[in-house]
Design a protein around this ligand. Sequence first.
Ligand SMILES: C[S@@+](CC[C@H](N)C(=O)[O-])C[C@H]1O[C@@H](n2cnc3c(N)ncnc32)[C@H](O)[C@@H]1O
Length: 256
Amino acid sequence: MKPQSTHFKQVASEYDELAANGLYATLAPNNKGGRKSEYVNAVFDAAILPRLPETGVCGCALDFGCGTGSFTRVLAQHCSQVIGVDVSEHMIATATQVCEGYAHVRLLQIDGESLPFENASFDHVIARESLCYVPDDMLGGVLEEIYRVLKPGGRFLWLEQVSTNPFWQVHPGAPNLVKRDPRVLRDELAQRGFKLLEQSMVRAPRFPWIYPLWFGLLPRRLIPALARWEVAWHRRFDQHPRRWWDALFIAERPRP
Ligand SMILES: C[S@@+](CC[C@H](N)C(=O)[O-])C[C@H]1O[C@@H](n2cnc3c(N)ncnc32)[C@H](O)[C@@H]1O
C-alpha cells in the first residue's frame, strides 16, 4: 500500500534515493552505505540480538521500517516467520533481494499507520530508527497498531535516536526526523498499555573508534567486535552525550 500522507511520501522518497547505496544505505545516510554505516548497523545488531530468545523460540517477528532488510535477514536466521514492512518502495525492492532464499520472510510496502495483520500475530516487533520518522500526531496511532498486532507477552524492541536537547531534537539536514526525549517515549509506551521492561543506551555519536574505522585506519573485520564493545560500554556507564544518542526500549504487551 503506497504512503497516503505528504509526510510519509517525503520519507519514502528520501529512502527511495538512499536505496542506491546498498545493504548499509539507511543508517548514517550521509556515509552512503560506507564503513560508518556498516559499523552503526553492527552496533544495532549487537544491541538487539542478545535481547531476542534463542533460535527456535523466537517465533514470529515484525521488522517495522526494515530498510534494506539487513536486520530482517538476521531475524530470518532466528525466527520461524518474519515480516518486514517499509514505506519506501525501493527499500522493499532491496530487502527482497537481500532476503532472497528465505521462504519464511515476507516484505510489504506500507506506511505503518495501519498494519494489515490480525490481532496478536507477532511474538516480537522490532523498530530500528524508524519511528523517529513518524510525526508526533501519528506516533500514538502507530504504537497502538504495534500493540494490537503483538501477542500478549510479546515484546516490542524500539531502538531510537533520542535527545533531551531541543536544539538537537530537530535538524535542518533531516527535516523528517525527530529525536524525542526518552521520557516522551516512555510516556507514549505507558499510554498505549505497554509495560517497559528495560531502557539502555546503545550508541553515542563520535564514539572514539568511529573515525579511524570510517577512514580505513582500522580493518573492517574488527567491526563486529568493536560494535559489541561499544554496546557493552554504554550499558556499563550509561553517560548520555549533550546532543543525542541511540537508546533501546524493550516493552511488553502484558498478559491479561
Ligand atoms: C534509518 S532507516 C532504518 C532501517 C532499518 N530499520 C535498519 O535498521 O537498517 C529508517 C527506515 O524506516 C522507514 N520508515 C520511516 N517511516 C516509516 C513508516 N511510517 N512506515 C514504514 N517504514 C517507515 C524508512 O523508509 C527507512 O527505510
